[in-house]
Design a protein around this ligand. Sequence first.
Ligand code: ZN
Ligand code: ZN
Length: 156
Amino acid sequence: MTSRRIVRTAPVTPGAVPTAAIWAFRERLDRAGDHRVWTGTASKGTTPVLFHDDTVYPARRVAWILHHGAAPVGLVKAGCGVRLCMHGPHLTDDVTRQRERILYAALHGITLAGPCTAGTHELAEYGYVRPNRVTECRGCDNARRRTKPLEGARAA
Ligand SMILES: [Zn+2]
Ligand SMILES: [Zn+2]
């Protein structure tokens, strides 16, 4: 009989993470000022992953759910600039990041609403404003990236 361990990826949704895994998660946090820095495994050095009981959990998602009690939208990132920070209030998801873009635009007197210039995306959802006050669309950015992989290198 081989003792090769099979590691499965667990879905992380509110209420789905076993208590023992949450304890294991908490044990891997180090307090550093206002931050809680991950001391566990980090995939590619940037993505915290929790291994517990032959199961791997995306650790930032666990941190998000413990803080908010609801699932994040899209990728969870550390918004505070500390690479492996897992402090609940410092984490961002697609919704909070877009909310910040809308606030930033408002500070520049720009309302992100209505369709983008291509007419395909909602600016409230995809719009952002550059420091030079030009409104851009992440939806169009993503579409450009998908259709022009390398030749998009414009002369600077
Ligand atoms: Zn932080
Ligand atoms: Zn667009």
